[in-house]
Write a protein of this length. Sequence first.
Lengths: 84, 296
Amino acid sequence: MNLRKHIIEYSFIAIYFGILIYFFQNLGDSFFSKIIFAGALPLFYLLWSVVHHYFEDRLTLHIFLEYLSISLFVFIILLTASTL
Amino acid sequence: MIDLARIKSQTSFKHHFLPHKEDKKRAKLLHHNFFHFYSAVFILFLVLLSVSKTLLPGVLGYSSEIKVSELLEKTNEIRVQNGLSKLVLNEKLSNAAKAKADYMFKNNFWAHTAPDGTEPWDFILQNNYDYSYAGENLARNFYYSSEVVQAWFNSPSHKENLLSGNYDEVGFAVVTGVLDGYETTLVVQMFGRPKDLKTITTLEQQNKYLASLKEKELLTNPASSVQSAATIDISAVFRYLAFSILGFVLALFLLDGFYSKKHGIDKFTGHTTAHLIMLVATVVSLIVIFRNGKIL
């Protein structure tokens, strides 16, 4: 866990998630807003991972699949929660 | 003699939870194929939900412990804190609220205006409440009365009703039924000011009505006076499932990170810290989603 090396990138995603959750909390309770939120959180994460690993010159299929599977997992959890 | 097969099997099991130094990979339980398995658990949950909703309507639902007396108390608490007079509980408005809740269950909708165009005011007028001002707040899937009133207070449009100086009376209905296949507790709050101010409910009338309501609650649920107790609370089942799996995965990532650092394993994988941030954000998001029921 090389925290210091990537502190700016980690802070960026943490701040983005914080802002997204804050806005979601104030968006109201519509099913539509929940679906948007369920998609926006993992989609951004996946995009971030591609860009980040591309510039690190470490973007491989294995790494992409790792991020894709986590993003899908998060999307399915949030989607299920939104339908309840 | 060294039992190589046994050692190999033990090492292999260990690497389900710990990263592999030679392979430069994460613990097997964190491989993407295992994430597909975790995702499949939730997809199965979704499928079971939709199947049971159709085959066993009313078996799944949301438990609730909401009481009219508490709703009135919390509403008035907020009004007094904001320098407004207390509202008195009106039987006609409560009957209108009950009629609205029954109508929503009967016609399977959740909205201020029914699909056939019936307005909240229609229920108020049908119950012989001639009003000069009227309003309606709706809520569903809450567990406690205080959560309902707080959620209304947090929403600007509902807050406007709660803190309006145009109302003198209020009516509540807490009704349990099956909506969209789930057993659900609906809360309807109706506000009003009668055209004839002389007809405003007195405190004595209110207390008499409250006492009769409490009696009804005890008769319906003698053991606990709980409004609703669905056979299976889907929200709770999902929360246990989601937080257990997320907790397990989070713990594995933490273990993976610390073990790799301690043993100098330079894995060729994605960033553990980034995954941890994502999973923590998911946990926070779930808390936000489940903190409140729904209001309208």
